[in-house]
Write a protein that binds this ligand. Structure first.
Ligand SMILES: Nc1ncnc2c1ncn2[C@@H]1O[C@H](COP(=O)(O)OP(=O)(O)OP(=O)(O)O)[C@@H](O)[C@H]1O
Ligand SMILES: [Mg+2]
Length: 313
């Protein structure tokens, strides 16, 4: 097997845990422990869960900005031990260098990646990524003179320009108006598909996850948050923002995720207290494929109906 085989995990998250000290002698707060998941090369994975469950903490550990208290993350066969240009992060706020132009910000990142490149080559590289995110003409503007959407585009161009092995995004569009958000979602989808970029993205927006992700990881409320389930997106890969809601799988997937966020994210611990949940292999579901042969129902319902059909037999 080689790294290029699609089914071999490119990133393997193995039993990671994160605790923070309790305030004034209280016991430590366990954000999550024994968390496992994998991401394949070229895959786009979204993580959804309520505020405070530990999503950014996971992203920071993947980025190498924070260390897990135990467990490991293996990327392309090597354990992650700190930040690297192999993993580019797009934060909720763009985090641009305010004294540099749009193009300067991108060229700065590209120079860090390829320090021996000629100046003209770096400039052409930066221009290529500015053009890709639709910012031709704004290259000489500084962040203070760019709109929120334009700044976020520079952030996206800068992250892609270092050609990272993995792109990490923490609610990258949440501060934008709906129109700009839609346009940037389309651009990110197009760029990631064209470059077969491996992506881990946090979002609170169910529709955004269904549009962008190949798989959507559902995280329960903390403390001791768990990856309850991984939803496989069964919509066609060539979907667009304008047509996904017409697909028969769309509302099944959407309702399933919304139901999780409203109900099951709270009840998961009691639901699974009797066993049946293995954190080393969070169950994959395909709610888009309802009816016979599909697994659209939440696991408890699926279990109950499985038990019912056994009883009938
Ligand atoms: N440095 C820290 N010290 C103490 N507790 C922390 C620290 N960083 C995060 N936490 C706690 O860890 C938990 C998870 O935080 P995290 O930022 O990962 O949540 P999140 O899922 O990204 O939330 P949101 O959706 O609001 O961004 C929270 O309860 C938070 O209070
Ligand atoms: Mg967060």
């Amino acid at each position: 097997m080689t790294d290029h085989m699609p089914d071999r995990p490119f990133i393997s998250v193995e039993a990671i845990a994160r605790r923070f000290p309790g305030a004034r002698g209280a016991p430590p707060q366990v954000v999550f422990d024994n968390l496992h998941f994998t991401i394949r090369r070229g895959e786009f994975v979204c993580l959804i869960g309520h505020s405070g469950c530990g999503k950014t903490t996971i992203l920071n550990i993947l980025a190498g900005l924070e260390r897990a208290d135990s467990g490991a993350i293996v990327l392309g066969g090597q354990e992650i031990s700190g930040p690297s240009l192999d993993r580019a992060v797009i934060f909720q706020s763009h985090a641009l260098l305010p004294w540099m132009t749009a193009k300067g910000n991108i060229a700065f990142a590209a120079r860090a990646r390829w320090p021996n490149r000629a100046r003209a080559e770096t400039a052409a590289h930066a221009q290529k990524y500015l053009d890709l995110v639709g910012l031709a003409g704004a290259e000489h503007k500084k962040p203070a003179h760019l709109s929120g959407g334009m700044k976020q585009r520079v952030g996206i161009a800068r992250a892609l320009a270092v050609e990272p092995k993995m792109l990490l995004m923490d609610e990258p569009f949440s501060a934008l108006d709906a129109l700009t958000r839609g346009v940037l979602q389309d651009e990110v989808r197009r760029l990631c598909a064209a470059t077969q970029q491996t992506v881990f993205m946090i979002t609170h927006d169910v529709d955004e996850a269904i549009l962008l992700a190949d798989r959507i990881m559902l995280m329960t409320n903390g403390p001791h948050a768990k990856l309850a389930e991984i939803v496989v997106n069964t919509l066609p890969r060539e979907r667009t923002r304008h047509d996904i809601h017409r697909h028969p799988h769309y509302y099944r997937i959407r309702n399933h995720i919304v139901d999780f966020l409203i109900e099951r994210s709270r009840r998961f611990a009691e639901e699974t207290a009797g066993g049946g949940y293995d954190p080393r292999r969070p169950p994959e579901t395909r709610p888009g494929i309802g009816g016979p042969g599909g697994d659209g129902a939440p696991p408890d319902i699926a279990r109950r109906s499985a038990a019912a059909s056994i009883a009938i037999v």
